[in-house]
Design a protein around this ligand. Sequence first.
Ligand code: ZN
Length: 206
Amino acid sequence: MKITNIYAVGRNYAAHAQEMGNKVLEEPIFFQKSSASLSDDSVITLPRGREIHHELEIVTSIGKGGNNIQVDDAWTHVDGLCLGLDLTDRPLQHKFKEGRLPWFLAKSFPGSAVITQFDPLDLNVWSRDFWLTINDMEVQRGNMDQMVFDIPALIAYLSARLPLTAGDLIYTGTPSGVGLLESGDEMILGLGEEIKGKFRVKSADK
Ligand code: ZN
């Protein structure tokens, strides 16, 4: 399916909001990543001279678009889930935030929207913990249950404000443990006992 829009949600896990010094919000906060940022390549290339942080997230693929999708109906609009990385230039994001400016370019650069293979929707499987190891050390672990706004609530909220279209992706927020990526890092993304993706990080300089 052609990916049309890439939406992402900020502060959707209380522990991550806290680690960033942010309050948990009463309404979800959405931003976008450019579709030109999408990558399923097993090599993550860090742009030259930038500090890129990992954010492990569940990514929702919209299979059927719509307006004003109701919470009860929301899962019928989802055709799959995967694990992804919302890669972020953290210093640049802080700079934009301090200037009260949009942080789009801190979230959109080549390869910044990493996805693994989408699975058909099976909530029994996706209710397991998802996790990220870097060089065999676990750095992030989360569970759908910990989301401040669950996936049906996100779909309902967003589709009440603009139409969702088939092929849209929603990055649903990251649990705590975000951190800097370095050249040579080996990342493994998993769900329960299952490995969903492996990535090698390299610097654009080399
Ligand atoms: Zn994120």
